[in-house]
Ligand binder design. Structure first.
Ligand SMILES: Nc1nc2c(ncn2[C@@H]2O[C@H](COP(=O)(O)OP(=O)(O)OP(=O)(O)O)[C@@H](O)[C@H]2O)c(=O)[nH]1
Ligand SMILES: [Mg+2]
Length: 530
């Protein structure tokens, strides 16, 4: 039992006596002392920008003023949706659970000329290294603009209020756009009673929207949020429709419908360091030893079923940083780095054995790879080579996979007959070839992420369980081997020629006793920064 093992060793070895009791408990916890952190690295969500509030139809009522002038306020603008990549977020699971994000609707206008208040905004916070891709969108205002353009091109006398003298014949029938005075009978209005419908409007902030289709690569912390979808404009109150002949218009307009965008979020970078190792090698214990993680630990294979991400704090804001760091590209000194503990890798994992390809994908998303080898479980060099082999095989396969996957998706889409009742009922408002704004079936195949080859990543070896007997020779051999690799006497374990081998480190540790782990941080920081 691991528990007994730990205690025996502590009595044997004087050097480990200074490890506090509580720390040992934390690193070799009873089975129920862990937390499962939910984790998602890919999800799609539907954004619904806020609808505009309706305009108000009202008239001044005061003593001695019998038929006061129109004084209905305009409707408020709908809420906007923003996105921001921030430090501290590590997973998309919170967003994945939401599914739909709907910004607030603007409030309706009020009497006495009071405009409606704006709808509530939504801010989506995502981890740094998130990619945002648009799947499809439905933008009512853009569609209306397009329809107008089309009507004009076809020679209809579609004219707007800013072109006087010509009668609008095309848009008055949009009864759905008009709001009538309470109590007015809809049938008492003929289209002749309405002035030309105002041209579709956009809020000023809509200028800040990224061009469609949205493709954002958020790989740095953002100081300010980025707008994704602007809320729709509110309707106009009845004072807008006062003319020389109509003093008391009994109509206003409804607020516009907010646009809908479905986006796919994907984490490009999972963490700064990825722990790669066989099952039961001690990766989760290591993560616990150097971070505050409460990752699950157990003396059996596949204890970890999904990535756990821990953060190593370098600067606890108490004056001098714990580890000296240089100013990075961003201009700020690095204050932390993250480590991903991923499920164990077994032989033939690339053939989808074990937990399969899913988590091999995580490996290529780490900045640095830390190969965790168990010194007590046989030849460490063989273990390291085995891990590299799987990683390499995976990389080979991936390129093929990606290709096959996108082919397959195209094929499936061709075969499927989609149920889309709305498309038939609507006038087709898309010019051929031009900006397809309304793509109701969302069948667009999104391009895969492009990532650098795995063998070009900096890597190090963490040799763990060094507290166990007869691990010394194993480690010495490993170190000797790495030296030869660095000098070019041995082939790089990845088998690739241009693989990274600038500074090869092997660090012996005992994670369970938190011995030697303090050496990891400065080495990792050095690799991250250079
Ligand atoms: N003696 C000793 N035992 C260790 C050490 N590190 C981990 N262990 C034990 O090894 C076993 C496996 O540890 P885990 O951290 O769960 O291993 P893992 O690599 O995360 O395993 P998977 O999640 O299944 O891939 C546990 O029983 C740990 O207590 C160490 O430094 N020394
Ligand atoms: Mg684990």
């Amino acid at each position: 039992m691991p528990d007994q093992e730990a205690h025996c060793n502590r009595h044997e070895d004087e050097a480990f006596d200074d490890t506090p009791e509580s720390e040992v408990d934390r690193l070799n916890p009873p089975p129920d002392s862990y937390s499962i952190t939910p984790f998602t690295d890919r999800c799609s969500i539907l954004l619904h920008a806020g609808n505009g509030g309706h305009g108000c139809i009202s008239f001044l009522r005061e003593k001695y003023i019998e038929n006061g002038p129109a004084n209905g306020g305009d409707g408020g603008t709908g809420g906007n949706i923003y996105i921001q990549a921030v430090q501290g977020e590590t997973s998309l699971h919170k967003l994945a659970r939401r599914g739909i994000l709907k910004a607030g609707r603007g409030k309706n206008g009020q009497g006495k000329g009071q405009g409606g208040t704006r709808g509530e905004d939504i801010l989506i916070t995502v981890p740094i290294g998130t990619i945002v891709r648009e799947v499809w969108r439905h933008d009512p205002v853009a569609e209306e603009e397009l329809a107008d353009k089309r009507a004009k091109a076809m020679g209809a006398d579609a004219v707007f209020d800013d072109q006087p003298g010509v009668v609008d014949n095309t848009r008055k029938w949009r009864r759905d756009k008009w709001l009538l005075f309470p109590g007015a009978m809809p049938q008492s209005f003929t289209s002749a009673d309405f002035p030309p419908l105002p041209r579709p409007r956009r809020s000023q902030i809509a200028m800040a929207q990224p061009p469609a289709p949205i493709r954002l690569d958020l790989d740095a912390p953002m100081e300010a949020p980025q707008l994704l979808a602007a809320g729709a404009m509110g309707g106009l109150g009845n004072p807008h429709f006062v003319t020389k002949s109509i003093f008391r218009p009994k109509y206003g307009t409804k607020g516009d419908e907010g646009m809908k965008v479905e986006i796919q979020l994907e984490l490009k970078l999972l963490a700064d360091v990825g722990l790669v190792g066989l099952p039961n090698a001690g990766k989760s214990t290591l993560l616990r030893a150097i971070t505050n993680s409460r990752a699950r630990i157990g003396n059996w294979a596949f204890t970890t079923l999904q990535p756990n991400i821990g953060t190593v704090v370098l600067d606890n804001h108490k004056g001098r940083p714990l580890v000296a760091t240089s100013e990075r590209k961003t201009g700020h000194p690095r204050t932390n780095f993250t480590i991903a503990d991923i499920p164990g890798l077994i032989e033939d994992a690339h053939l989808d054995r074990g937990l399969g390809l899913g988590f091999l994908r995580h490996i290529e998303r780490a900045g640095i790879l830390a190969f965790v080898v168990d010194l007590s479980a046989g030849d460490a060099i063989q273990a390291l080579k085995g891990l590299w082999k799987e990683v390499g095989q995976y990389e080979l396969l991936r390129d093929k996979e990606v290709h096959a996957e996108s082919e397959r998706r195209i094929e499936q889409d061709k075969e499927m007959v989609r149920f889309s009742p709305l498309v038939e009922a609507q006038p087709v408002n898309i010019f051929e070839g031009e900006n397809v704004l309304f793509n109701p079936d969302g069948s667009r195949v999104l391009p895969e992420l492009k990532l650098p080859p795995i063998s070009s990543k900096p890597w190090l070896v963490i040799a763990t369980k060094a507290d166990l007997p007869e691990t010394r020779e194993n480690f010495a051999a490993l170190q000797e081997y790495l030296k030869k690799v660095a000098e070019g006497e041995e082939v790089h374990p990845s088998g690739k020629k241009n693989a990274w081998k600038k500074k090869l480190h092997a660090i012996p540790i005992s994670a369970i006793k938190a011995q030697g782990v303090e050496r990891i941080t400065p080495i990792v920081v050095d690799l991250l920064e250079n």
